[in-house]
Design a protein around this ligand. Sequence first.
Ligand code: PEP
Ligand code: MN
Length: 341
Amino acid sequence: MLIVMKKGSTHADHDRVVRVIEELGFRAHSIPGAERTAIGITGNSGPLDPTIFEILPGVAQAVPVTRPFKLVSKEVKPDPTLVRVGSLEIGGGAFQIAAGPCAVEREETYLACAHVVKQAGATMLRGGAFKPRTSPYSFQGLGKEGLRILARARQETGLPVVTEAVDEASLDLVEEYADVIQIGARNMQNYSLLRRAGRARKPVFLKRGMSANLEDFLMSAEYVLSEGNYQLILCERGIRTFSNHSRFTLDLSVIPSVRALSHLPIFVDPSHGTGMRDRVPSMARAGLAAGADGLMIEVHPEPARALSDGPQAMLPDAFADLVRELRLLAPLVERRMEPVA
Ligand code: PEP
Ligand code: MN
């Protein structure tokens, strides 16, 4: 249920509604907006009687939320969510590019790559310190050492870092070292991990599971928001279909579908979506044109020697060319890209 407050309602009115919700054993989520302030209720297993709230001072209306996802839905929050990462704004027209290798491999090469992608126009750094690999014998990431390297790269470049947590122990560390906590496709339905991310004090970057439909995807985001973390970025990274000409099928039509249902920003990852570096530029341009708020792109100075996802990693020069093209395209689709500092 959503409690919509009257225009002139006071803080005391708001706090009284929150108290009543909590006394009933439910959770209250304050949703300030340009047009109205509202309070979402979660934790109730059945419908609530609207009159309990409508008799309270300052309340305009108590409306049932019909969708299975509540806090992520536009019914509850019509204004787009802005996610703030340091001085960066995600959503609301700014277009961001997170770039870097799949995994953090060695300090020297990571730092060099971080400087190169920054120069090319990346606004965030990526790189996994904890890698969820198909084979237990593949490189699993440098762990805490990888996080230290990422922190060093942030210090040197001034760019925020996004990196994956694969379980609750690694999430504790990622929360400490990184700016944005990535939950990977393989963990999109790891509900205890999602709840832990919902209790984190850093924004969450949630990748779509490879067999998740839109409702599954938004319900996973709901887990994070339901715990009180409203700073969440969705990311389309390709799904499994019968098509085998690329690694996954990048489902760009999910972008307008997310827009129709949710206020959350959404990125596109054309690297995992295609699995082939020469397919990345066209899908990156398409992602921007389809209305994404940003891209996540894998870049490696020596892809042939990469310890993971080499075939999809762009070379730094090709990445720089791509960013130049995106800069030309962005104003046509109402996206802003800041000039390289
Ligand atoms: C990654 O970003 O390196 C990654 C493992 O992505 P995904 O979870 O989308 O496979
Ligand atoms: Mn990868």
